[in-house]
Design a protein around this ligand. Structure first.
Ligand SMILES: Nc1ncnc2c1ncn2[C@@H]1O[C@H](COP(=O)(O)OP(=O)(O)OP(=O)(O)O)[C@@H](O)[C@H]1O
Length: 278
């Protein structure tokens, strides 16, 4: 059964159906993911939360086409992850910013724009794609508060600033879906909250679909339309929690209380799934 995260729509959904994945040599394989089903609509911000080792990154890699499920399938708006990846429909943001140290901030953001024409042509041929396009790197960096740092080298920036450069780079190609693997886990709380706000502003402005892996219950609640709770290894979808709170979510005591209630709900779902603490 596919867990619907929102109302169904034709090719405008990202769908994972019955995906299972094991690692290890034949005869000694250990399952990492078992029978994962869900679907989400274009433009949603969905977070995946679960205990360490439950397969969150594996699931993201299946969506990115970096690995293949042993059984089941993944559809990115009607295309396979391999097709979507070749057509640059997918942006991937890892835990570490992975900036090229010899290039300036601006040059780092421009890297994915040196996309060959073949990728643009492929994107036009696929169903459910956005028209190939780019966001202006300087405008993105300005939006992220880095207008004065465009000529700086990565080592001259703080960790939070480097992560913002990586966000700008991820948004630069206007990918249809951004897959983000714990991008803020190394940031201090203050920087993390500021960076979350900036990510949300760009997400709303550029109308991108985001799948965001995190260990943080509060981060998942404040960012997401829907939080997907995974059980311990082998990972399954234990619960899908829509966060029905208007945006922006940071202001006002009433909203803060609602957000805390959602955090409690997700913690209880994690406990029911067999996670001892979060
Ligand atoms: N390439 C691999 N080879 C062998 N085992 C792997 C490989 N990749 C992941 N695993 C195992 O699969 C399981 C799921 O890993 P994964 O990194 O997806 O979990 P995770 O939920 O993202 O963990 P964390 O929250 O700690 O980052 C883990 O037990 C991990 O050791």
């Amino acid at each position: 059964m596919v867990t619907e995260i929102d109302a169904p729509g034709s090719d405008d959904r990202l769908v994972v159906s019955g995906a299972a994945k094991s690692y290890g040599r034949p005869g000694a394989q250990r399952p990492a993911l078992a029978d994962v089903d869900f679907s989400m609509n274009r433009g949603q911000f969905v977070s995946i939360i679960g205990p360490s080792g439950c397969g969150k990154s594996t699931l993201l890699r299946l969506m990115a086409g970096l690995e293949h499920p042993d059984t089941g399938s993944v559809s990115i708006f009607g295309s396979t992850p391999a097709e979507a990846s070749a057509a640059k429909m997918i942006g991937f943001m890892p835990q570490v910013p992975a900036l090229l140290p010899w290039l300036s901030v601006l040059e780092n953001v421009r890297i994915p724009l040196k996309v060959n024409r073949r990728a643009d042509a492929r994107r036009r041929e696929l169903p459910g794609h956005r028209p190939p396009g780019t966001a202006d790197p300087v405008a993105l960096l300005t939006e992220l508060g880095l207008a004065d740092s465009v000529r700086a080298l990565p080592h001259q920036l703080s960790g939070g600033m480097q992560q913002r450069v990586a966000i700008a780079r991820a948004f630069a190609t206007q990918a249809d879906v951004l897959l983000m693997d714990e991008p803020f886990s190394a940031l201090d709380e203050f920087t993390r909250e500021a960076t979350q706000d900036q990510l949300l502003k760009l997400w709303q402005k550029l109308v991108t679909t985001v799948v965001f892996v995190t260990h943080s219950v509060s981060e998942a609640v404040v960012l997401s339309d829907t939080v997907v709770v995974m059980s311990p290894r082998p990972g399954r979808i234990a619960a899908v929690v829509p966060i029905d709170v208007p945006r922006p979510r940071r202001h006002g005591l009433v909203e803060a209380k609602v957000l805390h209630d959602y955090q409690d709900l997700i913690r209880s779902k994690l406990q029911s799934a067999g996670v001892s603490s979060s």
